[in-house]
Write a protein that binds this ligand. Sequence first.
Ligand code: AHR
Length: 509
Amino acid sequence: MTDGTAALSAVIDLDLPGPVISRHLYGHFAEHLGRCIYGGFWVGEDSSVPNEGGIRRDVVEALRKLSIPNLRWPGGCFADEYHWTDGIGPRDERPRMVNTHWGDVEENNHFGTHEFMALCELLGTEPYVSSNVGSGSVHETSEWVEYLTRDGDSPMARLRRENGRDEPWKVRFWGVGNEPWGCGGNLRVEQFAPLARQHATYARNHGDNQLYRIAAGAADDDYHWTATLMREITSRLGDPAPRELYQAVSFHYYTFGGVWSEKGSATRFTRDEYWTTMSRALRVRRYIAGHAAVMDAYDPTKKIGLALDEWGTWWDVEPGTNPGFLYQQNAMRDALVAAVHFDAFHDHADRLRLANIAQTVNVLQAMVLTDEDRLVLTPTFHVFAMNRGHHDAQALAVRPRGEQAVREVDGSDIPTVSASASVKDGRATVSVTNLDPDAPARVELDLRGRAVTSVTGQVLASDDVADHNTFDAPTAVEPRDFHAFETSGASLTLTVPPGAFVVLDVQLA
Ligand code: AHR
């Protein structure tokens, strides 16, 4: 709105903190897909690209700035054809396989369990391992957990030592299956649920390593899947003292502008396509609420978490690249999609405990793109960096006061401003996104309950929502200091540029 009317006028009660926004809502995903692992994270020890034991130094250095809390691996669809024992031992002796899902290329298994755990250590992140249900066995799952986490003398602990690692690793996040309704076996939930019970039973806690088991879940708004899975994993089947089988169930939701067979270009799109994309991105809020409501019926005290362990934009691949590699550019529009997802995540932090953007490097909505030895940060990277203040902070409700600006898109009204807030260690973080690519948004916030001593801000904005960073122009879209705000007592008024994302750091007395 350009007439001085606020696009959003809202109250934030700074003294009423809500649930903790788990930092694990800022998780990542690295699949053996295209150039995510090979060429992205992994170049091998003999590469001319500077590396640490085969892992790219520049990628690690960039990603460490995001304080990535967890990294999901090895898939995705790939997880359900991955046999972990192929990825241990001397690299030149490891069996090869065909990556049938992604490009039909040969996988040499040079990046396996030890390499992944080394990557996690370099990134300072927790591993999230996805185990194979689609083509794997309960036995494989059981032995992989033992190999990773068991101390003392056991067959798998001995094998790990033979492969050079004495101490067990700490592994918390353990995924059972991936999209079992599709690439993970084409199963009905009624078929998957018993398998999920079985795999979880043998994914043991060894020593003091406590697994956080995540059952593979629904697509989009398939609430039948979530309801059935919840019923099956929480029912007791006569066991008088069962251990908790699962700590979370997942679902996946991707945003694209067109139809599945023609998703649209990452950088060339019309205004109508832009608005359709934003409207679809905002659906995530409804889907999280829907799955959470279903879970409430089976788990009213919210012991079991919801995990959106794949989300992000999915466009047609960049012209001239392998269609099976899912390499896409990343524009300011993608950054705005990420920003509105985070607002929804923060508002549902009571149930949503983990989320993983797909994917971290060179695939789908990536943080970094690489080309040989070059690297570029995407606009999405900057949203993750700017929102770090929300990690493990307590959510603050942003309560609209009066009418909010909306726009009709594909027959429904969507808000043109999205916002969320949190508080931690005497400072509040407020994120505001102006979805309108053609007009600035005036936003009035009434910050109540605690005195504000100072405000600073950063903005991610560009001339057009299609703008993006390239290897030749790597800083076309990057954050700048933000000064377009005024404070007066408890009132904070800001003007957010068209199609821009702002984060305010509010110091409290
Ligand atoms: O992230 C790419 C793919 O999308 C994953 O492998 C799969 O789980 C999903 O369909």
